[in-house]
Design a protein around this ligand. Structure first.
Ligand code: MF3
Ligand code: CO
Ligand code: CO
Length: 365
C-alpha cells in the first residue's frame, strides 16, 4: 500500500486522528514488534504505553507537580487532510510502499561515499527547516506547515521519510506545547504563545537526514523560552561530548547533567538513533545516563541526538492515534535534533546548509 494508493482509498473529506489509527497497518507493526527488542519498541513509540518497568521508574521519580505547570488549554487532536502524494519520479525508501521498514540491518559506520551523500541529505533537511520558518505564525495550521515542508522536500527531489513510515500519515512531525514528539500535523491553528517542534526527515540519494527545531509562536512566556533555550544547549553540549574512543553514554550523561542543572526533566521513552541508508538503524542514543551503555564511539558512525526536555515530569503517555506522545502532567516540553557524523577527532553536524547555516541557531535569534 503506497501513499498514492492510500490517498485514493481515503475518502476525499478530512478524517480525524482516531480513524487514521484504524487505517494504520497495525498488523505490520504487531509483526514487527516480534523482531524488535523492548528498548527499540519504546524508542520509536510503537505502543501506547511504555513497558511497566519504565512506568515504575517514572512514577518513583515523579515529583509533585504544581497544577500551574500544565499548559492551557491542552492540545487536542484536530482533523487530518488526505495523505499527500509523491511523484513516481522521486526515489522512495523501501518502506514507502508497505509501511514496513523491517528490522534494522545496516552497519553502525558509513562508507566515505555514504557520508558524502549524507552531507547532501543533511543540507537539504536544514534548508527545509529554514523555508518553513516564515510560515510558523499564529493562525497557521500544522497541516499547512506539513504542506509547505512536503513541497519543499519534493522540490529537492527528496522523499519525506515519515510519510507511510509504519503507517505515519504525514510528511513531518509537528509537536505543540505538551506534545513530546511525533505530533501529527492537523487542522489545529497555531496560537499566540505556543511552542512547536517541527521535525523534518528526508530521503535523498538513498540516505536520510533528520533534524528538528523549536519555533516560538508570537509572544511566548519566559518559562517556555527558558525551556526551549536550555533544550537547545543540552543538545549542543551532548554533541560536543562526542569523541571517538569514549562510551556512547557520555552523550546522555552530558544532556542529563545540563537538564538537572536547570531543573528540567529528560524524557526517557524516546531516544536518538543510528541513521543512514535506514531511517532508524541499530545505534541507540539515550538522552539520560545509562552506565551499562558502553558502546564505544568510532569514526564513521552517523546518528541523531534529539533530547526532549520538560518543565514538569518527563513521564509520557500516548494519544489514541498511537503516535502523539504527550507529557502525562500536561507540562510543556521542547526538543531539538541534529544528525551527526563521528570524525577522527570529534563530530560534524550534518544537518546544516551547505553554507554552514544551522537552523537551530537562527530560529531563536
Ligand atoms: N523524525 C523522527 C525522529 O527523529 C521520527 C519520526 S517517525 C514518524 O526519529 F513516523 F513519526 F514520522
Ligand atoms: Co530522529
Ligand atoms: Co526527527
Amino acid at each position: 500500500m503506497n501513499p498514492t494508493n492510500l490517498a485514493i482509498e481515503i475518502p476525499a473529506f478530512a478524517i480525524n486522528a482516531a480513524s487514521i489509527a484504524f487505517l494504520s497497518p497495525a498488523a505490520a507493526i504487531f509483526l514487527l514488534s516480534e523482531t524488535l527488542t523492548p528498548q527499540v519498541i519504546v524508542a520509536f513509540g510503537f505502543f501506547k504505553t511504555s513497558p511497566d518497568s519504565l512506568c515504575e521508574v517514572a512514577k518513583r521519580k515523579r515529583k509533585k507537580i504544581s497544577a500551574t505547570k500544565a499548559s492551557h488549554p491542552p492540545v487536542r487532536p484536530g482533523m487530518l487532510s488526505p495523505m499527500r502524494t509523491v511523484p513516481m519520479s522521486i526515489n522512495r525508501p523501501p518502506y514507502a510502499m508497505t509501511g514496513n521498514p523491517g528490522p534494522a540491518v545496516s552497519s553502525n559506520v558509513r562508507t566515505d561515499e555514504e557520508i558524502e551523500r549524507m552531507r547532501l541529505a543533511g543540507n537539504a533537511a536544514a534548508e527545509v527547516l529554514l523555508e518553513i520558518e516564515p510560515f510558523v505564525q499564529p493562525g497557521v495550521t500544522t497541516d499547512k506547515i506539513d504542506q509547505i515542508a512536503h513541497e519543499a522536500i519534493l522540490e529537492r527531489n527528496a522523499y519525506p521519510s515519515p510519510l507511510n513510515y509504519r503507517g505515519y500519515p504525514k510528511s513531518v512531525c509537528t509537536s505543540v506545547n505538551e506534545v513530546v514528539c511525533h505530533g501529527i500535523p492537523d487542522s489545529r491553528p497555531l496560537a499566540n504563545g505556543d511552542i512547536v517542534n517541527v521535525d523534518v526527515t528526508l530521503y535523498l540519494n538513498g540516505v536520510h537526514g533528520d533534524t528538528s527545531v523549536m519555533f516560538l509562536v508570537g509572544e511566548v512566556d519566559e518559562e517556555s523560552q527558558r525551556l526551549v533555550l536550555e533544550t537547545r544547549t543540552a543538545l549542543y553540549n551532548g554533541i560536543h561530548a562526542v569523541k571517538p574512543g569514549e562510551p556512547i553514554n557520555i552523550i546522555g550523561r552530558t544532556i542529563e547533567n545540563h537538564a538537572r542543572l536547570h531543573n528540567l526533566g529528560v524524557v526517557r521513552e524516546f531516544i536518538g538513533h543510528g541513521i543512514g541508508t535506514e531511517f532508524h538503524s541499530g545505534l541507540q542514543i539515550k538522552h539520560y545516563y545509562d552506565p551499562y551503555d558502553s558502546t564505544v564511539i568510532v569514526p564513521g558512525m552517523t546518528f541523531t541526538i534529539e533530547p526532549m526536555l520538560t518543565l514538569g515530569s518527563p513521564a509520557c503517555e500516548m494519544w489514541d492515534d498511537d503516535w502523539t506522545a504527550v507529557t502525562r502532567d500536561g507540562s510543556r516540553t521542547a526538543q531539538f535534533e541534529h544528525t551527526v557524523l563521528v570524525t577522527d577527532d570529534g563530530v560534524e553536524i550534518l544537518t546544516k546548509t551547505k553554507d554552514g547555516v544551522v537552523p537551530a541557531e537562527q530560529v531563536l535569534g
